[in-house]
Write a new protein. Structure first.
Lengths: 178, 340
């Protein structure tokens, strides 16, 4: 029913890069945007960062091991998200709802508030702790993969993970009681 | 590896999943491609060898399907007249907000449940204005598009083939239909006619995104006492979602989607003790299964969970639980998906 990508080989680097981009987009775009929303608390910025990362990957395609492309993409998004945060001059602490839904009319207000609470709490954590928590608990990466993605030691991953988890839990329970 | 000792972190996993489960990413491959084309001007036209199916219908949200729209048009301004989107997007209009190819548009279709026919929601990625409300495109999908899930039907299929107007304000959505729609067509049951009207109401309201705004239906620009035999002189309200919507629905992935080895399933369920059970099947064999809970019990509310599976083609089944143990009907939604 569905033709396979292998069924239509088209020679040439550009086409390879394009084909790879197509596949990677289909497999990872939505997930990376969601991950970036966790890191940035801002969907528009998250989409920009992820799109920039795809463009950057496409530009360097000849120099990337295709098998490692998803990891490369992930790392690019994390790095770019970090610099986007650094360069954002004003971080309004309680910005308006950052999550325009396909069907906002259909989702409960409660739901939206809970999401915002989690994103707010994440945004208040130190950058490294937030990155480690997201890579570990949202992407389910191993400690070794997180260490490689962030360029830090496994021991550092462990300590950021436990401190981040404790801090996040504390913030969320404080929210609940306030 | 997080290892088996970290079960205490499941709450974090769920919190993070939940926090972004409702994010419907905007931006399409076309956006990215427009920029890579600038770097590599020799880049060829795109082909979509694995996505042939997408060409025959509106692309569906979920990450794997999208529609690359060759002839993006400017959206009409003011009170647009739309044509039923059988193949091309609306071509009328002059200046207005720019259209994007991949806007997620909510649309309601009809499927069977243990409690009879109910509404199910899908998201279609279609050309739509890049910002603002999308009640018009949502109505267009009801009147002229096919559901992506073959388990669903569109009660408007074959009924409508014309233009329509949708105008919106804070407190009223007006949907102006054309043609001979006053009476219930032969062969359509009263229940189906009412569900067809609810398809329009729910889709228009979801597209507007301002809550349950009443919907005034017109025929040929005029008020009418009935549409499809359903009283329609006054603005109509949505029927209580717990009565008219299917109690277990999968929003994402969509039927036919290709997903990565670890993927997130989102949807809504109204179940006993908020229990939601899922299975990933190949034929009659269950490859993976698990359970989660919806946000709230007993009323339609969001759920999400993650699945990791080896490459292959599967049927994803999400269902409620038979809490009595006594043969209570089980409601479910299913999606055929491919794990890459």
């Amino acid at each position: 029913m569905l033709a396979t990508a292998e069924g239509a080989p088209i020679p040439g680097d550009t086409v390879d890069a394009d084909a790879a981009l197509e596949e990677l987009y289909a497999a990872h775009y939505a997930g990376l945007v969601r991950m970036a929303v966790l890191l940035l608390r801002d969907q528009g910025l998250a989409e920009d960062v992820v799109q920039d990362s795809f463009v950057a990957m496409h530009g360097r395609w000849g120099r990337i091991d295709p098998a490692k492309a998803p990891a490369y993409l992930r790392q690019t998004v994390v790095n770019r998200a970090r610099s986007a945060l650094r360069h954002r001059t004003v971080v309004a602490r309680h910005r308006p709802e950052p999550l325009p839904d396909g069907a906002p009319a259909d989702e409960s207000v409660l739901r939206t508030e809970q999401r915002s609470t989690v994103l707010d709490a994440l945004a208040e954590l130190p950058t490294r702790q937030r990155e480690v928590l997201v890579l570990r608990h949202y992407l389910d990466l191993s400690e070794a993969d997180i260490a490689a993605t962030l360029g830090i030691s496994k021991g550092a991953v462990k300590s950021h993970a436990s401190r981040g988890a404790a801090a996040l839990r504390t913030r969320l329970s404080m929210e609940e009681h306030s | 590896m997080t290892g088996p000792t970290n079960t205490g972190d499941d709450d974090l996993r769920r919190l993070l999943d939940d926090a972004v489960a409702g994010v419907q990413p905007h931006g399409t491959l076309a956006d990215i491609r427009a920029r890579t084309d600038q770097e590599t001007p020799m880049s060829k036209r795109w082909f979509f060898p694995t996505l042939a199916v997408a060409a025959v219908m509106a692309a569906v949200v979920g990450g794997a399907f999208w529609l690359l729209d060759d002839d993006q048009k400017l959206a009409p301004s003011g009170t647009p007249t739309h044509t039923v989107p059988s193949d091309k997007p609306s071509t009328s209009g002059s200046a207005g907000p720019e259209e994007v190819a991949g806007r997620a548009v909510p649309v309601y279709y009809v499927g069977d449940t243990a409690h009879g026919k109910k509404l199910f929601r899908e998201f279609h990625r279609i050309s739509a204005p890049s910002a603002g409300e999308i009640a018009g495109p949502a109505v267009g999908q009801v009147l002229g598009a096919k559901p992506a899930d073959p388990d669903y039907v569109n009660l408007w299929s074959g009924l409508y083939d014309g233009t329509y107007d949708v105008t919106t304000s804070q407190d009223l959505i007006t949907v102006d239909l054309r043609g001979d729609l006053h009476d219930r067509p032969a062969g359509m049951s009263e229940g189906d006619a009412e569900l067809a009207i609810q398809q329009l109401i729910y889709s228009a309201q979801a597209g507007l995104g301002q809550g349950r705004v009443p919907v005034q239906l017109l025929i040929n620009g005029k008020h009418t006492d009935t549409i499809l035999g359903v009283p329609a002189s006054e603005p109509l309200a949505a029927v209580d979602p717990d009565k008219v919507q299917a109690p277990v629905q999968i929003d994402s992935p969509s039927d036919g989607d290709e997903v990565s080895g670890t993927f997130t399933v989102t949807g809504r369920a109204a179940t006993f003790e908020a229990n939601v059970v899922w299975e990933l099947k190949q034929g009659d064999t269950t490859i993976k299964d698990g359970f989660t809970t919806a946000q709230e019990c007993c009323t339609l509310s969001p759920y999400s969970f993650q699945v990791t599976a080896p490459p292959g083609t599967y049927t994803l089944v999400v269902h409620d639980t038979d809490e009595s143990g006594g043969g209570r009907p089980v409601n479910q939604d299913t999606k055929e998906i491919t794990v890459q």
